[in-house]
Design a protein around this ligand. Structure first.
Ligand SMILES: [Mn+2]
Length: 292
């Protein structure tokens, strides 16, 4: 493992317990993300019972995950596993309409993942229900748009939006959606592959100069697909970062360069075996360590 240290060393002796604690705070060069990462190294020796302990703890940023809602909050394990595997500490968030409470929840998080799910009420982007719109959840809409408002008001924390998540990001910042790609004649590809979400089903072209391209260094990606809606008009402060072969917008990101990235596919379902999906989550976690 390549690492270099640049930090301080603190020693603490507790004679009465005959313990010695050594803490090292510093940075190390992560072979995972190719960046300097904060770390804590601790040694605890000469314990009264003679056992020697030692270990290294990398600081894990807390990543809030917005849940589904069916009266109880629900969370797909794929999100939890992908965040944990990439070095984050996943935390399932509440469905909540109290602004002060949600602001505190947002403060606790170093970054937030807006997860996949049902449709957003079209009134939120100035439209009424059209044929083909799917199931909606008023409590989930309320909680996620409130959380987005809290995140916008605070110092800006990294956000990753997945499927419904990219749609929440776009609508919250003033963009619109196709309520149903097929009914509105907006897609020629089938964007609901129906099963085996660990496998890709269509390609996306990644725009150069976007955050997604910076992370993956690829012009074309193969992605899975499980959506019937998509971004229509991109919010003024966002830009489209990737397109399916039929022109459907598959990614948006912030124009100001901060980590505010949405993808229409499900990288969390591919993350176990797909290097690009792993890179995406690692880049998100890395941003949360520094900016969150
Ligand atoms: Mn798609």
């Amino acid at each position: 493992m390549r690492h270099c240290f640049a930090g301080t060393v603190a020693k603490q002796r507790r004679k009465n317990q005959r313990n010695v604690f050594i803490f090292l705070w510093g940075l190390y060069f992560s072979p995972i993300s190719d960046t300097l990462e904060p770390m804590r190294f601790f040694v605890c020796s000469s314990r009264a019972d003679g056992e020697r302990l030692g270990g290294m703890m990398m600081a894990r940023p807390v990543i809030g995950i917005t849940p589904g809602f069916n009266g109880a909050v629900t969370a797909n394990m794929t999100y939890i596993n992908a965040i944990a595997a990439a070095g984050g500490a996943p935390l399932i968030l509440p469905v909540l309409e109290n602004e002060q409470a949600m602001a505190e929840v947002a403060r606790v998080c170093d970054g937030v993942l807006f997860s996949g799910g049902g449709d957003i009420n079209p009134l939120r982007y100035g439209e009424e229900l059209l044929p083909g719109v799917g199931e909606m959840s008023a409590p989930r809409d309320a909680a996620e748009f409130l959380l987005m408002k809290c995140l916008q008001q605070m110092r800006q924390k990294p956000v990753l939006g997945i499927c419904r998540g990219i749609q929440v990001m776009n609508v919250a910042l003033g963009g619109t959606l196709y309520q149903d790609l097929r009914a509105q004649g907006a897609a020629t590809l089938e964007h609901r592959q129906g099963s085996a979400y660990e496998r890709p089903c269509h390609r996306v072209r990644v725009e150069r100069g976007t955050l997604l391209h910076q992370i993956l260094q690829k012009d074309v990606l193969e992605v899975n697909t499980s959506h019937h809606q998509a971004v229509k008009e991109v919010a003024p402060t966002l830009c489209a970062g990737a397109f399916a072969t039929d022109g459907v917008i598959e990614s948006v990101c912030s124009r100001d360069g901060r980590f505010f990235l949405g993808v229409q596919w499900h990288p969390e379902c591919m993350a176990e075996q797909d290097a690009d999906s792993q890179k995406l989550f690692r880049a998100f976690i890395s941003a949360c360590r520094y900016e969150g």
